[in-house]
Design a protein around this ligand. Structure first.
Ligand SMILES: NC(=O)c1ccc[n+]([C@@H]2O[C@H](COP(=O)([O-])OP(=O)(O)OC[C@H]3O[C@@H](n4cnc5c(N)ncnc54)[C@H](O)[C@@H]3O)[C@@H](O)[C@H]2O)c1
Length: 425
């Protein structure tokens, strides 16, 4: 490709930079030409990294769209609750968007964004990176061959490890629904529900019910004598399973990039700086005495229009981070674990001496938390915007509605004691 897609980053955080890396790996596909971020350090460091001229650095979307259009598309990696308010003016200014998930935090704003994109004839691709993970992609391709027949039931499971739970959903950015405006299911499992919808193909969800709650990470469950801050007043700092010292200081790689990003403007940060920081940061609070209110476990039950059923179980605070899937069809089944990169296809085999015929598929990708999907997704976005090519994984906004709506209705059900909710697309 000789003419790279010109892209402006809106919200220069962790996620945007992962997608922007494509411009460094394949500069003939993508070029980063602008940055919008109110954070001065991030704005300047991103401008320097991608050689963005001074006139293409903006502190707000309003300032950016006030300029004549100078790029093809935007990577919108802002936080969940401002995806819609930042995307609407960008669409109206004529840009296509690679938009982080969840693309909206409630049904009303979801519908507003979808109709705006359709009215202005703009493309939005939602960052459902798991669709690009080789593990799920091979499962999708296997299903498309029809080998297991018609799907009768699909089961997805997400175990959120104790350190991921601690960093994101007890002490971190997605801990309190009033602040982040996203439920646990929306922030964490909209991926799994999207995978369920994608694998179910043309079938659509008709009804959902859900139960869940915050069971573990509550004040009454704090260990005896626990303080309020691990590194200030807690005698259990070296023994508690959720000690901030043990998770963030004693180990270098327990989602700690979320913890240390407040120190990113400092050079040569020492262990002593980090220790001091934890004394005042939310990441240093006792995990049982925070202001978290998102659930730590939730189960949902979906009925599809065909009569097929689906379940999803999210459990937070597990020893092992794990995503599992089991799909049962009329001729056989598929089951596997994302982190292993391996799934098994088992087909009914009534021949004498046989019961079922098993084939193991190893996609040989285990070293990326999204199974290798992040850059494949960005390449797909370029192909979608430039050449209108929709791959089997492509997550256009219209394609993403079924999953988001199922999540919104499941949360409504959970708040109403498991009441069955209709899903009207
Ligand atoms: N696809 C995935 O698998 C995945 C994984 C993790 C997070 N996410 C999602 O990615 C998004 C970003 O998460 P992150 O951790 O990268 O966030 P982040 O906090 O690191 O980055 C957000 C950036 O947006 C900037 N910002 C704030 N207000 C802005 C505004 N009005 N206009 C422009 N920029 C603004 C902030 O200064 C910050 O630099 C979230 O929606 C999150 O849920 C997706």
């Amino acid at each position: 490709m000789s003419n790279p897609l010109k892209v402006v980053i809106v919200g220069g955080g962790h996620r945007s930079l992962i997608y922007a890396e494509l411009s460094e790996i394949k500069p003939d596909m993508m070029q980063i030409v602008g940055i919008v971020d109110p954070n001065e350090f991030r704005r300047n460091s991103i401008a320097e990294r991608f050689s963005i001229p001074e006139e293409n650095k903006f502190t707000s979307v309003e300032d950016f769209v006030a300029r004549d259009k100078f790029a093809d598309a935007v990577i919108n990696g802002t936080m969940d609750h401002i995806h819609v308010e930042t995307s609407l003016p960008i669409l109206k200014a004529g840009y296509d968007i690679l938009l982080e998930k969840p693309f909206a935090v409630n049904e009303a704003e979801m519908r507003e964004l979808v109709s705006c994109a359709n009215e202005y004839n703009r493309k939005i691709m939602v960052c459902f990176v798991l669709r690009y993970a080789p593990f799920y992609r091979r499962i999708k391709e296997t299903l498309l061959t029809g080998v297991i027949g018609d799907i009768v039931n699909i089961q997805t499971v997400e175990h959120v490890s104790y350190h991921h739970m601690s960093t994101s959903h007890i002490r971190g950015k997605w801990r309190n629904e009033e602040e982040c405006h996203a439920s646990m299911l929306l922030a964490k499992c909209c991926h799994d529900i999207d995978i369920m919808m994608w694998l179910m193909g043309d079938d659509a969800p008709a009804k959902v019910s859900s139960f869940g709650g915050l069971m573990q990470f509550r004040k009454e469950n704090a260990p005896e004598n626990a303080g309020t801050r691990c590194l200030v007043d807690c005698p259990l700092v070296d023994t508690c399973l959720y000690s901030a010292k043990r998770i963030y200081l004693d180990h270098p790689d327990r989602w700690s990039f979320y913890v240390w990003d407040k120190l990113e403007d400092k050079t040569n940060t020492t262990l002593a700086d980090k220790r001091e920081f934890l004394k005042t940061s939310p990441y240093g609070f006792c995990a049982y005495k925070c202001d978290n209110n998102v659930v730590d476990h939730q189960s949902l039950n979906v009925q599809f229009r065909s009569g097929a059923t689906g379940t999803h179980n999210m459990i937070g605070g597990t020893a092992i981070p794990q995503r599992k899937i089991h799909i049962i069809g009329t001729k056989g089944e598929i089951f596997g674990t994302l982190e292993s990169g391996i799934f098994t296809v088992s087909l009914i085999d009534p021949r004498p001496g046989c019961e079922h015929k098993d084939t193991e598929v190893n996609v040989k990708v285990t070293d990326d938390s999204h199974g290798g999907g992040d850059l494949l997704l960005t390449e797909d976005f370029v192909n979608y915007v430039r050449d209108d090519i929709l791959s089997v994984s492509c997550t256009s906004i219209n394609e993403s509605v079924k999953g988001h709506l199922t999540v919104f209705k499941a949360d409504e059900s959970m708040k109403n004691d498991g009441k069955v909710m209709e899903i009207i697309l």
